[in-house]
Design a protein. Sequence first.
Length: 95
Amino acid sequence: MLLSDEIISEFNRFFKRARECGEQEPTAMVLATSDGHGLVTSRTVLLKALDENGFVFFTNTHSQKGRQMDRCPRAAATFGNPTAARCSWSGRWPV
């Protein structure tokens, strides 16, 4: 699934505002994944890039998160900053 220019622009506005508000780590996002059988887990990861192909972060493919994403390639991410706003995304994860 390619991200639209509108989604990328909206995120870039959010990210700029978070930086202007002094957010110490504006690339931090809470990533939620599922094992496909109802077990959902979340953890904080750092965004490395964003383009039309989606949000990029690094992970160990042998970790719980990596195994879950292999079994159930769907994820949700939330970026939150009390002074800037919140931004959420969910969708299919490329494997």
